[in-house]
Design a protein around this ligand. Structure first.
Ligand SMILES: Cc1cc2nc3c(=O)[nH]c(=O)nc-3n(C[C@H](O)[C@H](O)[C@H](O)COP(=O)(O)OP(=O)(O)OC[C@H]3O[C@@H](n4cnc5c(N)ncnc54)[C@H](O)[C@@H]3O)c2cc1C
Length: 433
């Protein structure tokens, strides 16, 4: 029986390729039509660039230049930021190689339930068929954003999933109608939508709003300043933060932030649950915008649009929203203001980022695993509890965003490829025992 992999984004694809190299058969289940690319790399927009330099994007742990070698043959620069669709093509080729070699079979369906019985996993698909497997790996990526209460009942003018087909159609509609857009959230998803609107020729105004109004910073060259593990205080968010400020003053914030990368799993795991919550509540908005930076070209586009008055970034919150006449009427309050203001938009998009709650998950597969007691939420309730080998249960592994509770920094390709290699090795060991 094969290893069933649910989810064909970067995590599932790299795992399938790793298993193929080890001579292990897998069945990769993904019914979204973007297997081999996943959410981030199925974009067709040339304006959507990677937010990691090409030299950091190899799919293979131990072969850091694997992506660069291909990118350079197309005139790319290892220090540059490739179009995400090119990286999607690279991943898709990895999957096609694994399929052509006979190691991986691609099943174009969604998994809706999974159960372990009689010593194997039975994965139920939405077409009613089943896949039987020796082991199960969950690589289902990020979950759709949580619904925003204020926008309940405003209908189709609120785009709840910024990564879905509705969002693309709405961008086209906005480009033609020229209406104003509200983006709730000011992180990487907001940046993506702004780029899509600009590329589509939208000439209306865009308001992007979040509690703190922080937007991702841009990459720039800097002199790396590596630190030894022992130099960074652990166990307290406050102590790490003070260290980071001091270090930033000495070597620059980019060098200071990036110097924590090799130690991030240990630092996260050194925080108790209360401290991890403190990080998520207070430090995360700043951490995210400094750590997950955008390509300089993308930063320049965002700055240009702000300069032209087409994009406004606001710190504030939505008080209420109601359906108008071909529009959405929104009442919002700026941070540190007592009064509210009313604005009218053609559309609003939920750019608040992925759902981090197992309690509120709508994913039928996760619900089936949780209700059957075959997997458990992690201690923060964000994803699944996994051990140091990313095992979530008996012959059950989880990869990528589902394992944020244990690792926190586990969503970018440089982290995912290490995890996929370690999981493939662990699966091989387990199956050959
Ligand atoms: C817009 C965006 C841009 C990003 N840019 C970068 C970048 O430049 N560099 C970088 O390193 N990281 C980037 N990231 C981080 C990104 O999360 C990871 O690089 C990676 O794409 C995550 O891959 P994944 O396979 O875990 O998840 P996903 O890409 O979300 O793939 C999961 C797949 O599983 C499928 N699936 C889910 N549930 C089921 C089910 N029940 N049955 C079958 N299939 C299912 C989904 O349809 C999807 O195809 C970006 C993320 C986003 C959202």
């Amino acid at each position: 029986m094969p290893v069933a992999i649910v989810g064909g984004g970067a995590s599932g694809t790299i795992l399938a390729a790793q298993l193929a190299r080890r001579g292990l058969k897998s069945a990769l289940v993904d019914g979204s039509g973007r297997a081999g690319r996943g959410v981030a790399y199925s974009t067709t927009e040339p304006a959507h660039l990677l937010n990691v330099r090409a030299e950091g994007m190899s799919a293979w742990a131990g072969d850091p230049d694997h992506f660069v070698r291909r990118f350079e043959t197309e005139g790319g620069d290892r220090r540059g930021f490739a179009q995400r669709r090119l990286f999607g093509r690279y991943l898709r080729e990895l999957l096609e190689e694994a399929v052509a070699g006979g190691a991986t079979s691609l099943i174009e369906a969604s998994a809706v339930a999974a159960e372990r019985a009689g010593g194997c996993w039975r994965v139920t698909l939405d077409d009613g068929s089943n896949v039987e497997a020796d082991a199960l790996a969950l690589a289902i990526g990020n979950q759709e954003p949580e619904g925003l209460r204020a926008f309940k009942g405003v209908g189709k003018r609120f785009v709840a999933n910024p990564w879905g087909a509705d969002a693309r159609a709405t961008v086209e509609d906005l480009a033609q109608s020229g209406g104003d857009a509200l983006l709730v959230g000011t992180g990487l998803t907001m940046v993506d939508l702004v780029l899509s609107l600009d590329a589509a020729g939208h000439r209306g105004r865009i308001l992007a709003l979040s509690r703190r109004g922080q937007i991702p910073r841009s990459h720039a060259d800097y002199e790396p300043a590596a630190v030894d593990a022992g130099e960074v205080p652990d166990g307290s968010v406050g102590a790490i933060w003070r260290w980071l400020r001091r270090r930033s003053a000495e070597v620059g914030w980019r060098a200071a932030v990036d110097s924590l990368r090799p130690h991030s799993h240990r630092l996260w795991q050194g925080l108790d649950t209360g401290e991890q919550w403190r990080f998520l509540r207070h430090a995360r908005p700043w951490w995210d915008v400094h750590r997950h930076r955008i390509a300089p070209e993308v930063g320049a586009t965002v700055a240009r649009l702000i300069g032209e008055g087409r994009l406004e970034i606001m710190a504030g919150r939505i008080v209420a929203a109601a359906q108008g006449n071909d529009s959405i009427e929104v009442e919002l309050r700026r941070r540190s203001s007592d009064s509210t203001e009313r604005r009218t938009f053609a559309y609003a998009f939920n750019c608040t980022g992925p759902l981090h709650s197992m309690e509120h998950t709508r994913d039928p597969l996760l619900r089936s695993l949780l209700s059957g007691g075959q997997a458990r939420p992690d201690h923060l309730g964000m994803g699944l509890e996994v051990d140091e080998k990313s095992r979530a249960g008996e012959r059950l592994w989880a990869l990528g965003p589902l394992t944020k509770g244990r690792y926190w920094e586990i969503i970018a390709v440089p982290d995912i490829r290490e995890q996929a290699a370690a999981v493939a090795e662990d699966i091989e060991r387990e199956l050959h025992e």
